[in-house]
Design a protein. Structure first.
Length: 342
């Protein structure tokens, strides 16, 4: 699996809005005209339904799906957008304040100063879907997911041990459309652009991805290293609690998770090296779920939580003495000085 950034854009901060995400599948004729179209579409719909049901943000995410020969079972291309770190943090903090049910995001925001980018000197690179979700904007994601037409897939779950789990593979790519996984880190770009030799080589040399902010070696010790000995892990509380190990093998995405292959659903969805056989079920117990919560995707509240939230909003409204006005903050992009090393 691979991800290609189609475009690089610089953003200004826009107001946010926060209702389930709706991933809109635009099916290419390579799918609709294929004799196996029903099975392909079934796998796409299953992957979309699993993700749509987990998060509550109100945003529409258009994704084009194709079915053509390719080197990888499933691959993704999409746009990348740059914005200042301080603007990104403001958007995350606003999302957290508006969605107190997202305890993972609250912890992540509270500990941002301990992680990569905590000094505020760098840019952030985000996907169009994540920015649209946080800022209430409408940016073209350019997201296209291709399914290799030469591969033998399991189009429904559970997959057998000699088939590639297409639903899990599509969930892997949709996670990246939302800003997590390989799309959540700039480490691969930093490595490819030789940023450690010349930081002026690329804008990626002075930028972090959303999950890079939660990459730790130890409590209070962030990691931004391509060393196989780094043993970096994902944490939302400043490195105190390790949720899952990050991949440190340059053959895969550093933003993906280290995972071994195995039967019985042992393979993580965001595994850097997916294998034949079943992926884990994508649920609220998956590390991918917490990964997406940490970058602003809010959980779908339980029915009881809706009642409590409604009661809280009613109480807050009864205490208001004056109408509130929405504030709009716009910030122009300003380039930061190149940093000689991380």
């Amino acid at each position: 699996m691979r991800t290609v950034a189609l475009g690089v854009f610089f953003l200004a901060l826009a107001p946010g809005a926060s209702a389930n995400p709706i991933i809109v599948a635009n099916l290419d004729s390579s799918i609709t005209d294929d004799p196996n179209a029903a099975n392909i579409e079934g796998a796409i719909n299953a992957a979309i339904a699993a993700i749509d049901g987990l998060y509550s943000n109100s945003v529409t995410i258009p994704v084009t799906f194709t079915y053509n020969p390719a080197p990888d079972p499933v691959s993704l291309s999409q746009n990348s957008y740059f914005l200042p770190y301080s603007d990104y943090v403001s958007l995350l903090a606003a999302d957290s304040a508006a969605n107190p049910v997202n305890a993972v995001l609250a912890s992540a925001v509270a500990n941002l100063a301990l992680g990569n980018g905590g000094d505020g000197q760098d840019q952030m690179v985000v996907t169009g879907a994540q920015y649209d979700m946080l800022a209430g904007a409408s940016l073209p994601s350019g997201a296209t997911i291709n399914i290799d037409s030469d591969d033998a897939f399991a189009f429904s779950q559970p997959a057998s041990n000699n088939q590639f789990d297409l639903v899990g593979g599509l969930e892997y790519e949709l996670d990246q459309v939302m800003g997590g996984g390989g799309a959540g880190s700039t480490l691969n770009s930093y490595f490819a652009e030789n940023c450690n030799i010349d930081p002026s080589n690329s804008p990626y040399c002075q930028a972090f991805g959303p999950t890079d902010l939660y990459r730790y070696l130890a409590p209070g010790t962030p990691s931004y290293s391509t060393s196989v000995f780094a043993n970096a892990y994902f944490s939302v509380d400043g490195g105190v609690t390790g949720i899952v190990a990050f991949n440190q093998n340059s053959a895969g995405f550093y933003g993906d998770f280290a995972s071994s292959c195995g039967a019985g659903g042992a393979q993580l969805i965001q595994s850097a090296f997916p294998c034949l056989g079943p992926f884990e079920a994508y649920t609220t117990s998956s590390p991918e779920y917490e990964m997406e919560e940490a970058i602003g995707w809010d959980p779908t509240p339980e029915p009881g939580a809706f009642i409590l939230l409604a009661a809280g909003l009613a109480l807050a409204a009864s205490r208001r003495t004056a109408p509130r006005r929405r504030l709009y903050l716009f910030a122009e992009y300003r380039s930061e000085a190149a940093r000689s090393e991380r």
